[in-house]
Design a protein around this ligand. Sequence first.
Ligand code: CA
Length: 235
Amino acid sequence: MKKPYIIIVEDEAAIAELVAINLRHSGFECDIACDSAQAQDMVFERMPDLVLLDWMLPTMSGFSLAKQWRSQAETKQLPIIMLTARAEEVDKVASLDAGVDDYMTKPFSTRELLARVRAVLRRRAPDVVVSGGTLTSGVISLDSLAHRVTAEGKEIKLAPTEFKLLTALLQQGDKVLKRETLQNMVWGHYSDIDERTVDVHIKRLREALTAVSAVAASQIETIRGMGYRLSKSAP
Ligand code: CA
């Protein structure tokens, strides 16, 4: 697996180095930017998986930079953890309002920082790319915008995970999807779940489909030793 790449934006060299050493030691790749302008250049040169962003930076504050990133299409989704020496409630609220994923108040323990980095990466792991429109296969039809699934014209209620699983299966056409691929598509690369969890949710998906349409349920085929496939027609 590719190492997650993190950019640390921090003007205090000692803190930046300490964080960098800990991140590298924990299997992350990272670089340091010492001000907002440098951070901006680095982000557009190579998009990181996450940014640790200090609030107090020379020239342009981390807070302003976070707001700017959130307003740009390329960086709208960029996971950010704000690091701040300001413990005032109003600043915490302001940073969350600016759209950062989490914040930590200095001084912080590197252990806690690592735990939060992992948590944000898990949470922000790419979901199944939901493009607008309707996906269909056999009797199943999924409207990604309306978040609505029907089979033989009847509505099927699905939990969010089962909805993503079905989206992934529909996106692949009639190709076989390995458990590992489904796991990455639905839960993301940083998830802790094992492949058995995929089976559990496939089972739930089948049950939900069965309740409305046996034909729809039978479209999900288990391919022994490989994974799953959504066939266009019931076998
Ligand atoms: Ca600073």
